[in-house]
Design a protein around this ligand. Structure first.
Ligand code: SAM
Length: 208
């Protein structure tokens, strides 16, 4: 499977850790994302097995502490893992080929990656890989195309603004991708439905 490159300039990891969600609209986005994740984790609590979670991609570790118990961090960018700090076990690897056996983790978080993945086939490949290593809940985020934020991004592009490299998908299409990856949708939390793109989804492996 072709993997979409995700390259960032030197210093990006530290900026992402120290600035991206500490100023401007980033502060409110961070708060809303944590709230949405907490709500989904609370919904999943009664069906979550004991054990270690996976945060992939962890980036600079922003959401790791929201996960219950021990967490392994994975990111393809070594600079991001360094920025996350040495406190947790970690692996520099791609979400397309996680270096873990089937059912290793009690739960899996994949936050703020799929909007960088342009094709359904690649997203389904990633979703299937997340499902392979999970015994319990899987939480992923995607950008919903049915939102004012996406319309604004599209219009700006028409007027010559550089492509952002982000891909949004209608909610129904994204949920169909989850099903194609063998995952069942348990709950969906949009940050602000029809306004903001960012949407979190709680999934579990399809029992059938
Ligand atoms: C926007 S950051 C999100 C980090 C964190 N989950 C958060 O919410 O703050 C996206 C991360 O995905 C990582 N990434 C991109 N493609 C990846 C891949 N195929 N496998 C693993 N990590 C990847 C990048 O290095 C980057 O750290």
């Amino acid at each position: 499977m072709h993997e979409t490159p995700y390259r960032r300039e030197p210093g990006y990891a530290e900026r992402y850790r120290d600035r991206r969600f500490h100023a401007g609209t980033g502060v409110a986005t961070d708060r809303a994302e944590r709230q949405a994740l907490r709500e989904l984790l609370a919904l999943a609590r009664s069906t979550t097995p004991d054990g270690c979670w996976l945060d992939a991609p962890a980036g600079a570790g922003r959401m790791t502490a929201e996960l219950p118990g021990a967490v392994v961090q994975v990111d393809r960018d070594a600079a991001m893992l360094v920025a996350a700090g040495p406190e947790r076990p970690r692996a520099c690897a791609s979400v397309h080929a996680l270096p873990f056996a089937d059912f290793t983790f009690a739960g899996v978080l994949c936050h703020r990656l799929l909007q960088h993945i342009p094709t359904p086939a690649e997203r389904i490949d990633i979703l299937r890989e997340l499902g392979r290593v999970a015994r319990g809940p899987i939480v992923v985020s995607f950008f919903d195309a049915h939102s004012l934020q996406h319309v604004r991004r599209t219009v700006r592009r028409w007027f010559g603004k550089k492509k952002s490299g982000r891909s949004a998908v209608p909610r129904r299409a994204f949920l169909a991708e989850c099903a194609a990856a063998g995952l069942e949708v348990v709950a969906v939390r949009a940050l602000r439905r029809f306004l903001a793109e960012q949407t979190l989804v709680l999934l579990r492996r399809n029992p059938s």
